[in-house]
Design a binder for this molecule. Sequence first.
Ligand SMILES: *[C@@H]1O[C@H](CO)[C@@H](O)[C@H](O)[C@H]1NC(C)=O
Ligand SMILES: *[C@@H]1O[C@H](CO)[C@@H](O)[C@H](O)[C@H]1NC(C)=O
Ligand SMILES: *[C@@H]1O[C@H](CO)[C@@H](O)[C@H](O)[C@H]1NC(C)=O
Ligand SMILES: *[C@@H]1O[C@H](CO)[C@@H](O)[C@H](O)[C@H]1NC(C)=O
Ligand SMILES: *[C@@H]1O[C@H](CO)[C@@H](O)[C@H](O)[C@H]1NC(C)=O
Ligand SMILES: *[C@@H]1O[C@H](CO)[C@@H](O)[C@H](O)[C@H]1NC(C)=O
Length: 595
Amino acid sequence: MRSLAWLFMLAGIAATKSLVSQQPLAAPPRPNVIFILTDDQDAHLNSLDYMPHVKKHLLNKGTHYRSHYCTTSVCCPSRVTLWTGKLAHNTNVTDVNPPYGGPKQRISQVHITRVQRELPSCVAAGSAVNTYYTGKLFNVHTVDNYNAPFPAGFTGHDFLLDPFAYDYLNSTFQRDREPPRSYEGEYSTDVLAQKAYRLLDEAVAAQKPFFLTVAPIAPHCNVFMNGTGLDDNPVFSFSAPIPAKRHEHLFPDIQVPRTPSFNPEYPSGANWIKTLKRQNNTNVEYNDQFYRTRLRALQAVDELVDGIFTRLHQYNLLENTYIVYSSDNGYHIGQHRLQPGKSCGYEEDINVPLIVGGPGIAENASTDIVTTHTDLAPTFLQLLDIPLRDDFDGDPIPLTPGQIEAAQDERQEHVTVEYWGFAAGEGIYDFDLSAYNNTYKALRIKGKGYNLYYSVWCNNEHELYDMTSDPHQLHNLLSTDTTDIEPTPHIILNNPLSKVVPRIDSLLFVLKSCKGQVCIKPWRALHPGGDVTTLKDALHARYDNFYEVEQTTQVRFEECARGYLLKAEGPQFDVHDENGGNGFVRDGLAWDTWV
Ligand SMILES: *[C@@H]1O[C@H](CO)[C@@H](O)[C@H](O)[C@H]1NC(C)=O
Ligand SMILES: *[C@@H]1O[C@H](CO)[C@@H](O)[C@H](O)[C@H]1NC(C)=O
Ligand SMILES: *[C@@H]1O[C@H](CO)[C@@H](O)[C@H](O)[C@H]1NC(C)=O
Ligand SMILES: *[C@@H]1O[C@H](CO)[C@@H](O)[C@H](O)[C@H]1NC(C)=O
Ligand SMILES: *[C@@H]1O[C@H](CO)[C@@H](O)[C@H](O)[C@H]1NC(C)=O
Ligand SMILES: *[C@@H]1O[C@H](CO)[C@@H](O)[C@H](O)[C@H]1NC(C)=O
């Protein structure tokens, strides 16, 4: 029995107290957790519709978090965030490659050391839970550096290693303290499935609660790497993902969904995205083919999910095991004329699948409460009955129907979105060098009566999309291009943009350097009295002066940097200001001094 059922049972016991009060209560056994983490799986290109086993075991039997977001849309920073419960600006792992992924030569160890300090070691520390991992951990975790040091904190592991991690037909895995082993000619996800089943068998045999992560590379593109990625000039060659032979023929006519933002007639977005040219038919056909190979590559993952559930059923563990399914970041193909890839702040890239199944979780349910990858580590720890760290930038995800119901009114409505560095196109067409300046801060905010995306780019262009009327993010309300200006003023919650923008900018100003609770309850940093907890509250006329006159500092960049360099980041909000003022600090000077 898991802790939540335990609570229900306690409630039941209270109701029939006289019958059971004489019996001592045994401590409830901890549940198990299995985390399936795919790579680059979208929530907006309908990939889940093509995964019948995920539907049968997870969507039909669990709860789908439709408003789940990653906070940095690229794998390594996102995975470090996910494992540490900290935003990328607090881990400073902001890139997949050196130098901003970590010091050169040591990048992977830096990631691993950071993560070791956090989740797996906490889990292992109590030694009440066994931890297992198979699949991709991080980039630049290679055949050369895998043992220097070995990632600690795992009872058993079998990692995919670079330069073969994204090589669907020539994977290399490295188990426990053994040397790396090549699986040339075998299909990566099938090799991984066998490893996942073996670890599950081991976990069950150990007769201890376990936490097992299974991290396939699908549907990431296939990557050929000449060298390990630690070389001075690593050569990467990207191609469409490779499905298993048995799935090659599937979905012959399927195309990328032709939503209004798909290869639109007019440019959209900001900065380099706005300069992209419309894709011709050859390019679109290639991208459709790329899309089909993603769906095909996901079929082996779907079978792996079925295999895990079959075994959980055989072991009679379904009643005591949570299964969490997600992806490190989302994906776009053709939206805003973009070539296949991630790294943008648009909905396709940041909104990712999250499905949770297990005891006490509502079946065939979905929710729109806002959750993010910073919430996953706290959620895992809570499920495993391990005390939460007090420096998480997220908080546990509401899981039971009761918790979800309560969260409708209480939970935060924002997502902090941040990115530094370049955006890679993963198809064969048009690699755009200007995509190197893909540094931005953004805010996704979804509340009662509003649904917005606000961004500030490193060249200080701004975007605001009202996703109630413009779900595909095609009309930038803050475009400085005169042809984009709407004939009638835009109204959000009965307020003109001149009232809305200062509020959301101040919120982003707090979030872009927040730590811990401030990231979870950012309005409190602006209104320490606690009288404002939503954008709607902040829009009250009594705060007009505060936002429109007193807050003279806006989010802006000094330059486009490829990493988190404070000199490029513009004014900073420091909530830990000891001067007792409202906490604004610029260049190390208290706000009062600066103005
Ligand atoms: C497959 O990987 C092994 C190392 O794990 C390597 O020696 C071999 O050359 C690779 N084969 C191909 C075809 O890339
Ligand atoms: C791979 O690297 C080797 C040695 O640096 C070089 O000789 C070879 O041409 C490279 N191959 C490709 C496909 O880049
Ligand atoms: C289509 O666009 C691609 C990418 O810009 C270009 O390389 C190709 O030459 C174009 N093909 C035709 C037939 O215009
Ligand atoms: C799941 O819910 C939907 C409606 O919300 C319903 O149409 C469908 O039949 C349900 N499926 C199952 C397996 O219960
Ligand atoms: C990127 O930004 C830098 C500094 O902000 C600027 O000097 C450079 O020209 C930009 N590069 C491109 C390709 O736009
Ligand atoms: C983040 O790391 C980079 C690279 O090591 C470093 O230059 C930068 O100062 C760090 N940023 C912060 C805010 O510590």
